[in-house]
Structure formats: structure tokens, C-alpha cells
Design a protein around this ligand. Structure first.
Ligand SMILES: CC(C)(COP(=O)(O)OP(=O)(O)OC[C@H]1O[C@@H](n2cnc3c(N)ncnc32)[C@H](O)[C@@H]1O)[C@@H](O)C(=O)NCCC(=O)NCCS
Ligand SMILES: Nc1ncnc2c1ncn2[C@@H]1O[C@H](COP(=O)(O)OP(=O)(O)OP(=O)(O)O)[C@@H](O)[C@H]1O
Length: 260
């Protein structure tokens, strides 16, 4: 089974690409880290409690008003993500400290949910699973993927599409969100495949179609079947791939550090 690590900057088109992957003719399962990150902070979860401990007293409006709460729960008012986003995204030292705290709370829960999702789809015999993870390289989850696919977009188009989609963001908010992410050229250095999304959605569909064909050809169904039935072989292949990916990532880290 192939794990396709899909990543890219904010609003570059990851969800659009995920939708293409999950629709016919490809019909691949997609595990969406953003949506898991939203689920693991719902009221009543350990992450919810930790976020409140760290941010509630210093972030006005962090919790939704119970009257207009989009996720009403008996465990308390849900977190207003727009307000939390304003607090943690940015380039100031305070922003950087806060996003680190938030990531430290949310990421372990998301990683565990991703793992459960992979096992679920693997048992169902899919030849590939798409992991839509915005912070694939930052969290080093690319090491677990058979191929990392970066959706690239010109910076001006990125800001334009972000502000058009999220009309509640000011230009300053949008620039801060983009600036708080790993720069595109650094991501390109880590990616196995880059698909540019500067043109139309139809062009994007064609590119994804060609990508799927290329990787499907390399994975005959008999391979998927053998890997599912003969567990010792699966363990060996996974260990071998992990070692190879870990060594590759170490080499790329050293190259990126030299550039900086
Ligand atoms: C700050 C939060 C509450 C803002 O929520 P909101 O609904 O406004 O945005 P959403 O979650 O849909 O994220 C939109 C995009 O922002 C970018 N982004 C999100 N979190 C981060 C982060 N920690 N660092 C850099 N960029 C990020 C990604 O490109 C993502 O696709 C939320 O993003 C969050 O909890 N982030 C921390 C967890 C995380 O890293 N999530 C990303 C997947 S694991
Ligand atoms: N080729 C395209 N042409 C025009 N608009 C596009 C194209 N691809 C994506 N978009 C639009 O750009 C916006 C951002 O795309 P999308 O939501 O897929 O990005 P994303 O990377 O998933 O965002 P986020 O990082 O916030 O999760 C959406 O409004 C989408 O409809």
C-alpha cells in the first residue's frame, strides 16, 4: 500500500487535490489532518482542556458564545478557531511561542488519529491512501510516506485565493498566516513530486490523473494482496522503506541547513 503525503502552503489547493483523489475514477481514501485537528480539540477532549489551560485567561473570545456555538456540547463551549488562529499565526516571538504550545497539544492527538485511519483503510485493501497534511515536512511525517506530493502556487496567487476563500481574513491576517509557514522553496527541496496549481482546476485534474497512473502502474494488485496477507514481508518492507526515507530526510536536512 502506498502512502501519498499531500502537502502545500495555506490555500495552495490541497483540499482541491484531495477532492480529485477521492472522486472517481481514482476513488482513493483521504485522511485530512486539518479536519482531525479540528475534531481533537472539541469540548471534552484532553486537547480542549489543555488549550483552555494555556490560552483561555489571555485570549478574549476564545470560546464561542453558547447561544451561537456551531458545535454545541454538554462538555462546554467550543473553541473559536478564528480567534485562536489570530493569536498563534504570525512572526512575532509571542506568536512563535504560542504556535509551538498549540502544536505540542494538538499534534500528538492528530498523529494517533492518522495512524488509526491508515490501519482502517489498509485492512480494506486500498492500493494507496492520501494523507493531506499541511505540516508534512515540519512534523517529519514525510518519513512514513511512499511519496511526498507538494502542491505549489505562485505567492501572489496564494494570497489572492486565500483572501477570496476566507473573506473574514484581512490582508494582514493572510500575510501573517503565509509568513508563519515553511517557505515554498524549502518545501520544494523536501518534496518527491511538485504539482503546480497556477492554472485551471481542469489542468490540475489532468496532472493528478497522470500522477495516479504513474504510481498505480508501479503497484500491481498482486503486490497489495501479498503485502496484506504475508505480514512478516510487510514488516520487512516497511522497515526497509522507513530506513531509506529517514536517511534521505537526513541528507535533505543537511542540504537545507547549508543553504540557510
Ligand atoms: C490555529 C487553528 C485553530 C486555526 O483554525 P482554522 O480553522 O482557522 O484553520 P485550519 O485549521 O483550517 O488551517 C488552515 C491552514 O492553516 C495552516 N496551518 C494550520 N495550523 C498550522 C500550524 N500549526 N503551523 C503553520 N500553518 C498552519 C495550514 O496550511 C492549514 O491548512 C488550527 O489551524 C490549529 O489548531 N492549528 C494547530 C494544529 C495544526 O498544526 N493543524 C494543521 C494540521 S496537523
Ligand atoms: N486551479 C485553481 N483555480 C482557481 N481556484 C482554485 C484552484 N485550485 C484551488 N482553487 C481555490 O483556491 C482556494 C484554496 O484552495 P483549497 O481550499 O483547496 O486550498 P488548501 O491548500 O486546502 O487550503 P488550506 O491550507 O487552508 O486548507 C479555494 O477557494 C479553491 O476553490
Amino acid at each position: 500500500m502506498l502512502l501519498i503525503g499531500l502537502t502545500g502552503g495555506i490555500a495552495t489547493g490541497k483540499s482541491t487535490v484531495s477532492k480529485i483523489f477521492s472522486s472517481p475514477p481514482h476513488s482513493l481514501p483521504v485522511i485530512d489532518a486539518d479536519s482531525l485537528a479540528h475534531t481533537v480539540i472539541l469540548p471534552g477532549t484532553p486537547a480542549y482542556r489543555k488549550i483552555l489551560q494555556n490560552f483561555l485567561s489571555t485570549t478574549p473570545g476564545l470560546l464561542h458564545d453558547p447561544e451561537t456555538d456551531p458545535n454545541p456540547s454538554p462538555h462546554g463551549a467550543s473553541i473559536n478557531r478564528k480567534v485562536l488562529g489570530r493569536r498563534v499565526f504570525g512572526t512575532s516571538d509571542a506568536n512563535k511561542r504560542d504556535i509551538k504550545i498549540l502544536n505540542g497539544i494538538v499534534h500528538p492527538a492528530v498523529r494517533w488519529a492518522i495512524f488509526r485511519g491508515i490501519v482502517y483503510y489498509w485492512l480494506r485493501g486500498y492500493w494507496a491512501i492520501v494523507l493531506d497534511i499541511p505540516l508534512l515536512f515540519e512534523s517529519r511525517l514525510d518519513i512514513y510516506c511512499g511519496v511526498s506530493l507538494l502542491v505549489g502556487l505562485e505567492p501572489e496567487l496564494q494570497l489572492e485565493r486565500l483572501l477570496k476563500r476566507d473573506a473574514f481574513l484581512t490582508r494582514d491576517d493572510g500575510e501573517k498566516r503565509i509568513a508563519s509557514q515553511m517557505p515554498l522553496d524549502k518545501k520544494i527541496g523536501f518534496a518527491d513530486v511538485v504539482i503546480w496549481n497556477n492554472d485551471s482546476k481542469e489542468e490540475l485534474e489532468r496532472e493528478i490523473g497522470a500522477f495516479v497512473e504513474r504510481y498505480k502502474r508501479r503497484r500491481p494488485w498482486i503486490w497489495t494482496l501479498v503485502m496484506q496477507v504475508f505480514w512478516p514481508a510487510t514488516g520487512l518492507v516497511i522497515s526497509w522503506r522507513l530506513l531509506g526515507n529517514w536517511l534521505k530526510r537526513r541528507r535533505l536536512d543537511a542540504k537545507a541547513a547549508k543553504k540557510e
